[in-house]
Design a protein. Sequence first.
Length: 174
Amino acid sequence: MDDPSLLIRPMTLDDCDRVSEIRVRGWRHAYRGLVPQPYLDALSVARDAERRRARFGQGNGAVLNLVAERGGEVVGWAAYGPYREGEVRTADAELYAVYLDPDRVGTGVGRALLAESVERCAGYPRMFLWVLRENRRARRFYERAGFHWDGAEEPFEAGGALVPEVRYVRTLGG
């Protein structure tokens, strides 16, 4: 990481409220015009944080959450773990999420979170991720980081509308 003022670290229980705020604000910012507005308006930081706290520390540790912190403030979040083919985990990794405080888009926080997630998954052969087909900014972001669309597409249901997602992949070499 090139920015010494940015700390990437594992998420803690104390980060749950801020991560939920980042996730909800990130959805509202990134998906405006791509996902039905009533769906975005109905997102709740409080509900998201409650679910996040309830799930924190559960599971087998396969899903990992990272936060980006600058000046003592959490400004981004990423989650990754095994790739899921339906309910079956494969030998590959999956980037489940990268969200930033919308005010931090374009500042290198997303690149740092993605790079750290990829580095931590170096033992996997490949890393996959799903991105909204019409989210051109995110697609360019992932393409600049070495990911490419592999042709897979499936719909994501949001507020009664089917929103197409496309799958990206990057070879890791593990």
